[in-house]
Design a protein around this ligand. Structure first.
Ligand SMILES: Cc1ncc(COP(=O)(O)O)c(C=O)c1O
Length: 443
């Protein structure tokens, strides 16, 4: 009988190749940097945070506590408990003028998990995925991991960080399988008009096969300014059958720690695939939080909490946009929704010498950073304001684009302080040169 050759003990890579393909969300990476600055005795103005600075509304918190006391603390339906799916179907459907049944709804631990699950479910290697850039980084992060091809749709400042049908049409090919859209947008606060959404929908319907899906990330649907009403691509006739419609409690109800998000799928069969992914990854989402989410969606008290929060964001937005535009070398549009501003800082990068400083860095340091990254880190380590750079919102094609994202989910007093510091940093060419020379925090 042949004996198997003795296994060789030659070294093997520890990690599978795909590990290197997954990118990340820098919003989580900046936390340790802030700690470092604070440990050195400085108070940091946090304009990096992607979560509302309001407490979880009382009526929601009370319901969560009540359901823990009711012992709703066990495994439950991996698709999401029926009372919550009914509430989602009703409120999402009513707001969009469409009929949603609870069997097309799946609940996840936040609005983030369906982003990667959607790529895993619909895309094979080589399929093309179109996504906004700048955009929420997780869209791009997953693409190489699942072996698909990334096709960034570059949003231009001159178009209010929105896009129309012709912008999308240029990117569609026979390999297009999935298109992400996100209005109101993170990081720009851009919002598509109804006409733009209609055009985008017509382009999808006329140029792609029925199996191509649009992922409409609507997590900021309740955070709109100037009396604007949310518009969803799923409302356009023919699009409900094409759209994975996503929202959640993190932003609208100031409940990022509740980890409740959901998606509405075109068919029950598609929802069943995602339910099975839930079973494979985490079984289910805590029932008491799901009941809290049901109350969040249905209680009239939620309308008051949302209005209070949006009113505060709106006042802060007006202040911050004016303050930024009064700084030499900064240009900032007024966002129509979400709680971010996305100033163009090309003038500051030039006057501080960030563009040449970046070009003179040795490779590979240069490849890990950009001029706006250098300014972002200079601003944090030397002037104590935490923000995020342009490449944190899509790396591919971000070269030569000089922007920052500032969150306005922090008090007006802190924002005032932050703007003073940013103004000072924008003039501190000597400090910037010394910071780059020191070379400790360049990416
Ligand atoms: C556009 C967008 N989608 C999804 C998410 C994820 O939200 P959640 O906290 O519900 O997972 C975020 C969070 O920042 C976001 O900005």
């Amino acid at each position: 009988m042949a004996t198997a050759a003795a296994p060789s003990r030659q070294t093997r890579p520890l990690f599978a190749d795909r590990v290197a393909m997954l990118d990340t969300e820098n919003a989580f990476k900046v936390g340790p940097y802030i700690k470092e600055v604070e440990d050195a005795g400085h108070q940091v103005v946090r304009c990096n945070i992607g979560e509302p600075d309001f407490p979880l509304p009382r009526h929601i918190a009370e319901e969560v506590k009540r359901q823990i006391d009711n012992d709703l603390t066990h495994y439950n339906d991996p698709q999401g408990i029926l009372p919550l799916r009914e509430a989602i179907a009703h409120t999402m459907g009513e707001a969009r003028g469409i009929h949603i049944t609870p069997d097309r709804v799946v609940v996840f631990p936040g609005a983030k998990p369906p982003i990667g699950f959607t790529q895993q479910t619909y895309c094979n290697a080589g399929d093309e995925i179109i996504y906004p850039s700048p955009g929420f980084p997780i869209y791009e992060s997953f693409v190489r991991y699942i072996g698909a091809s990334a096709v960034p749709l570059h949003l231009e400042e001159s178009s209010g960080f929105s896009f129309d049908g012709s912008d999308l049409r240029r990117l569609i090919t026979d390999r297009t399988k999935l298109v992400y859209i996100n209005f109101p947008s993170n990081p720009t606060g851009g919002v598509a008009t109804r006409d733009q959404l209609n055009e985008i929908a017509q382009v999808v319907l006329a140029n792609t096969a029925p199996e191509v899906r649009v992922y409409s990330d609507e997590v900021y649907e309740r955070i709109l300014f100037d009396g604007e009403k949310h518009a969803s691509i799923a409302s356009v006739p023919g699009m409900e059958e094409r759209t994975v419609l996503v929202s959640g409690v993190s932003k609208s109800y100031s409940w990022t720690g509740g980890r409740i998000g959901w998606a509405v799928f075109p068919t029950e069969a598609e929802a069943a695939v995602f339910k099975n992914l839930n079973i494979n990854y985490f079984s289910c989402v805590p029932g008491y939080n799901q009941m809290g989410a049901k109350v969040a969606l249905e209680s009239p008290e939620s309308e008051i909490s949302i209005a209070t929060m949006v009113d505060a964001f709106s006042k802060r937005r007006d202040f911050v946009v004016d303050a930024l535009n009064s700084i030499d070398g900064v240009r900032c549009q007024k966002p129509k929704g979400a709680f971010y501003v996305f100033p163009n800082i090309a003038g500051v990068c030039e006057s501080l010498g960030a563009i040449e400083a970046h070009a003179s860095l040795p490779s590979p340091v240069r490849d890990f950073t950009t001029p706006s990254t250098l300014f972002q880190l200079f601003l944090l380590f030397r002037h104590h304001v935490a923000t995020l750079d342009r490449k944190s919102f899509g790396r591919i094609g971000s070269e030569g684009k000089h922007y920052l994202r500032l969150s306005i989910a922090t008090s007006l007093e802190q924002l005032k302080l932050g703007m003073q510091r940013l103004e000072r940093a924008s003039r501190d060419a000597d400090g910037f040169r010394a910071f780059v020379q020191e070379g400790r925090h360049l990416y």
